[in-house]
Design a protein around this ligand. Sequence first.
Ligand code: FES
Ligand SMILES: [Fe+2]
Length: 477
Amino acid sequence: MTASTASTGTPAHDCTGNCERLRKDPASEPLPGLERLIDLDSGRLSRRVYWDQRVYEQELEKIFARSWLFLAHESQIPKAGDYVTTYMAEDNVIVVRQKDGSIKAFLNTCPHRGNKLNFTDAGNARGFICNYHGWSFGIDGALRGMAGQELFEASGMDRAEHGLHPVAQVASYKGLVFGNMDPDAPSLEEFLGDFRYYLDVMLDMDGEGTEFIGGCVKSEIRCNWKVPVENFIGDIYHALWTHDSAARAMLGGPVAEVYKDPDSYHVNVNGHGWEFNLDVVGNAATLGDKEIRKYLYGIQPKVAQRLGEFRSKMIGSISSVSVFPNLSFLPGQNTFRVWHPRGPGKIELHTWTIVNKSAPQDIKDRWLKGTMMTFSPSGVFEMDDGENFEFSTRTNAGFVTRQQDLYMGLGRGTRLDGSGLPGNVYRNQVNEANHRAFYQRWLDLMQARAWHEVPERDKPALPDSAFTYGQQAKEAA
Ligand code: FES
Ligand SMILES: [Fe+2]
C-alpha cells in the first residue's frame, strides 16, 4: 500500500483499494485430493484429516470462518454492557450485549498495533481500552478516542474506519448465541434447519428456556477437534466398553445394552447429529442422583403436551449430540461444550452446565454437582474419554500409520424412510450414520470456494412456525 501527502499538507487517502484487499485474504483454492480422504460408500476415512497441518489450515478458513459457531448463552450476558470473551476457532472474540438489547461480537484485538484488547473472561463494561497506547472503544465496537487524536487526524486517519472488526453475523436460537464470520453465509435458521426439531428437546421443554449455571470449566486435551465431535455425534458404542467401570461406580451396574434396543436412533441434518433412545432418563441416571430422575419424570407430561410424546421421551435419555462443527452436549447429563481447535493436535475445551430456567434451585445444584462428577476434567467419564481422544490423534504422528484408513461404516443399510421424523433417520443408535453425515458436510464445505457452492442436501421439511409451539395461538388470544 502506498500513502502520500499532497503538497498542500492535506492528507490524502489514495490507497486505490489496497486497504480492502489487505483486510481479507482471497479464498484459497480447496486442497487437491480432498475427495480421496473420505469414501462414504465404503465408510472409509483417511487419518490425514486428524494430522495434516494443511488440512487444518483449510478447516480454519473453510469450516470455522464460514460456519455458525456457538458464542454464548444469553443468560451469561443479560444486561447492556455484559460481555464474555470466547473463541471462534483460534480467533478470540468479545461478545457484548448492546444498549438496545441486541448482541454484537468483535475480534478481541486492537486495530492499532494488534494488542489483545480484553484479558478477562466475562464482566460488564461501558467500553474497552487497549493496554498498549490507550485507544478506547465503545461496546458497539466504535473507536471513541485516543491520546494525541489530532496527530492521527493530521495523518489522514478516519476514526470511523478503525473500530473493532465485527463478527459478520450474530443471531440466537432459543437462548444460544451464535456468530458467523462470513457475511454471505445462510441464516442461522437455515444452517440449523430441521435439526431445530431435536434441539428443542434440550432448549424448549416448557417454554421457559434454559440457562448456564456455575461458570465455565476450561481444559486442554491433546487431540484433534473432530475426534470428540465424532464421539458426541453418536458414539454410544464406546460407552459400553470405555465407561464400563465408571458406569458401575455411578449406576451400580453396567451401561444398558443399547445394541438390543429396538427403539433407538441416529438422526442428522446438515452435518449436525443426535443419537438417542427413548428411555427418558438413561443419561440422567449416570449422575447417581434420583432427584434428577424424579424431576425429569415429573416434567415429562408437560413436555409431551408441548413437543409431543415422542420427544418427551428424549429429555434425559441415553443420547448425545454434536452441532456442526464443534458444539456438543448431553441431554440428561446436561454438560454443554465447545471443542476449540488449537492446531491439528490440540483443543481447548470449554464446558458449562445447562439447565431449565424453571427447574427448582435444589435440582439445579444437584445437576451442577453431577456434571462436575462425570464430565469435568476430573469427572469419571471425561477421564475415560480424554485418553482415547488423545491416542486416537497421537498415533497418526507415525508417517506410515497416518497413511492408513479408518472404518466408519457401522449401520450402513439402517436408514429409515417414512419414519415421520425430520432429517435423515437411522434405526439403532449403535451406528456411524451421523459420523458419515458429519464428514459429508465437512467435505462439502472444504471443497467449496463460497457458500453458494455448498450443496443443499437436507432441504427443510418444517416451516419456522413449527418451532413456536402455540406461540401464535397465545399471541392471538
Ligand atoms: S495497540 Fe492498541 S492502542 Fe496501540
Ligand atoms: Fe464417552
